[in-house]
Design a binder for this molecule. Structure first.
Ligand code: WTA
Length: 632
């Protein structure tokens, strides 16, 4: 049977063979791979075409699979090696110790009355406690909601409120780049503005676990049970809570991880994402621990106190698989090459990239300088919604192609369609990337403004409908990204086609930023567009119309930035804010953002298509205003 191919250095021929089989016999492919899960009850059905459900009848616990079974077999193996913000601050946690920590946290949650299906918020820095808190939830069937530590109290409050979180776990303190981060205060501020207030647990406060009776309870989860909710941004002003299932998700995350990075149990794996993003869920916490690896976690920033923190850690820990984001590479590339060269990085075997399109210059630096031309780069494309990697190149050192996300994972049928929804058949023709079939990692549902705990049938129905409408057309999953085929029919990602902006790999919505700007009273109108940025990939460019013509622009700029910090967080701050007299709109009142973007990016734009004289005048004046601003 082909699917038992254990060697992941799959060449093109083997890939094509397995891929073809995995598409015609998708259930067989997954049936083979469910064997890597320790089941309490093995599923009786892999995929039900009628209900489109996976793993019916399966019963297992995700925490058991990620930690307990390794704590039994390799108790003293390091599960997490943690490096702090300051150089030399390092801690090792074995699988046995991690299990103990998880049991402590889950016992505490149980003692607070948390039960299966309850939502537990997590707002923490990059520490082993954060990973342990996620797994503690998984252990007792609670649903974790991790909110990125860089989000403001308002953002945190919104997410907690919408998902009806009962408890919020945080840390007493953290440091980043040598500076203290007031994470606990942020939680307190968030709770203060909430109606249904969650109880705050400060995980590293002394005495928290004293006199706590340990409860080793492991909840058995079925194919219907969820693992977590994670908020991300789409085309609307409000973030949406993506809900992932337990069993289907872990199957997809773990299988993709194994193949895409060619994982073996001896690998030392270092991923630089934050746990507040999907990468930190799938490929820091769940998949690597599922496979019993040693993971490296880093709390600080790559340039503090010197710009070699990643390289120093790779050398110290003999990291074999390194997974990072293009924005980090672009920023590190601006420093002297010696920061990399002075470290022995010969342990590296595979390099990964995720979160945004990687540009050629960054790719070449990664390949030549970091990988010393002996590590293949996997440019992995996926989304919060997909649960795990969807596109990745093969690990073929002799056939490396910069900036090509490559081929669909086994069992996933991708396609590129043009504006008439016709399949693209020629190389270089741009279209929309879609997924045509089901896969186990696909999120189960999405939370908008309907509350999780009150999922009555009708409410649930509403959530589902919005969800389906947004993502599916004729049963096809619309990714929101543009793509094309290269001459070998490998896929290249162009970027988002909707209002999603990707700032340093952080996914936000331009509408969300506009809403924060509108909160400033004296703003009459505004439009935010995404423009290219050398390091961050993209950055917001805000056009603002003032209410009062003679209001001081510097003051207003300050209030706008303050409002964005308050309602979203510092990452969403626009690099450019320009004041204009009016904004061009369609007859139905929709701002023509695409045109604004083209003007700012100095791209070809055509205003002859704009019908109203008023709009033409507005545009000409905007062209004048931005012509003085040098972008990049
Ligand atoms: C973008 C992150 C190009 C893409 C895992 C997608 C990428 C969005 C890549 C999802 C890549 C992610 N090349 N673009 N390798 N990986 N993206 O949900 O636009 O935070 O739709 O998931 O990031 O962002 P999200």
């Amino acid at each position: 049977m082909l699917f038992d191919h254990e060697l992941a250095w799959i060449n093109e021929k083997i890939y094509n063979e397995i891929y073809k089989n995995s598409i015609s016999n998708t259930a067989d492919f997954w049936e083979y791979h469910i064997q890597s899960i320790s089941w309490h009850k093995t599923p009786y059905d892999i995929f039900d075409h009628k209900t489109k459900s996976w793993l019916s009848g399966g019963v297992a616990n995700v925490c058991y699979n990620c930690v307990d079974r390794h704590a039994e077999q390799t108790p003293n193996k390091p599960a997490i090696v943690w490096h702090g913000d300051e150089k030399g601050v390092r801690r090792e946690i074995s699988y046995k110790e991690l299990q103990r920590k998880i049991v402590e946290i889950s016992s505490l949650l149980l003692s607070k009355g948390i039960k299966k299906g309850d939502v537990v918020g997590i707002h923490m820095p990059m520490t082993p406690d954060a990973v342990a808190s996620m797994l503690a939830c998984a252990r007792i069937g609670a649903i974790h909601l991790v909110v990125f530590a860089g989000f403001s109290a308002n953002s945190l409050a919104y997410r907690l409120e919408m998902s009806n979180a009962k408890v919020l776990i945080t840390s007493a303190e953290t440091r980043r780049g040598g500076k203290p981060i007031k994470i606990k205060e942020n939680c307190q501020e968030a709770i203060a503005i909430m109606t249904n207030k969650p109880e705050l647990i400060v995980i590293d406060e002394v005495n928290l676990f004293n006199n706590l009776k340990l409860n080793e309870h492991l909840e058995l989860c079925t194919d219907k049970d969820d693992l977590f909710v994670l908020y991300t941004s789409g085309s609307s002003g409000k973030p949406k809570g993506i809900i992932h299932s337990s069993l289907q998700y872990i199957l997809y995350a773990a299988t993709t991880f194994k193949f895409v990075f060619n994982i073996d149990p001896h690998d030392i794996y270092f991923c630089t994402s934050d746990i507040g993003w999907i990468t930190g869920h799938s490929y820091i916490t769940y998949a690597p621990l599922f496979h019993g690896l040693t993971i490296v976690m880093f709390e600080g920033t790559p340039i503090y106190p010197t710009a070699d923190r990643y390289w120093e850690i790779i050398e110290r820990e003999r990291v074999s698989v390194f997974y990072t984001a293009p924005t980090a590479l672009r920023s590190l590339q601006t420093f002297d090459e010696n920061f990399v060269k002075k470290h022995d990085l010969s342990s590296l075997k595979v390099l990964g990239s995720v979160g945004e399109p990687i540009n050629k210059k960054a790719w070449e630096w990664y390949f030549n300088v970091v990988g010393n031309r002996h590590c293949p780069i996997v440019d992995t494309w996926w989304q919060t919604e997909t649960g795990g990697i969807v596109l990745a190149p093969l690990l073929d050192i002799n056939n490396q192609k910069p900036c090509i996300a490559g081929k669909p994972f086994f069992g996933i049928k991708t396609d590129i369609v043009n504006t008439d929804s016709k399949r693209v058949t020629q190389p270089m023709e741009e279209g929309r990337l879609i997924i045509e079939n089901n896969w186990p990692g696909m999120c189960r549902s999405v939370l908008y403004e309907c509350e999780y705990s009150q999922k009555s049938t009708s409410k649930n129905q509403t959530c589902k409908n919005i969800f389906l409408n947004q993502y599916f057309e004729d049963n096809k999953f619309i990714t929101g990204d543009g793509a094309l085929y290269d001459e070998d029919f490998d896929i290249k990602i162009i970027g988002r086609l909707d209002d999603v902006i990707n700032i340093s790999g952080h996914r936000l919505s331009t509408i969300e930023i506009e809403e924060a700007i509108y909160k400033v009273n004296t703003v009459k109108d505004c439009a935010v567009v995404a423009i290219d940025h050398k390091i961050k990939g993209q950055t917001p460019f805000a056009f603002v119309v003032k209410n009062l013509v003679d209001e001081c622009e510097d003051e207003l700029k300050k209030s706008i930035i303050e409002s964005i910090r308050k309602y979203i967080g510092p990452i969403a701050k626009p690099d450019y804010i320009v004041f204009v007299e009016d904004l061009p709109k369609t007859r139905s009142g929709k701002i023509v953002r695409q045109l604004l973007r083209e003007i700012v990016m100095n791209r070809e734009y055509d205003i002859t298509t704009i019908s109203s004289v008023h709009n033409k005048e507005i545009l000409l004046s905007i062209v004048q205003t931005v012509s003085d601003i040098s972008v990049n």
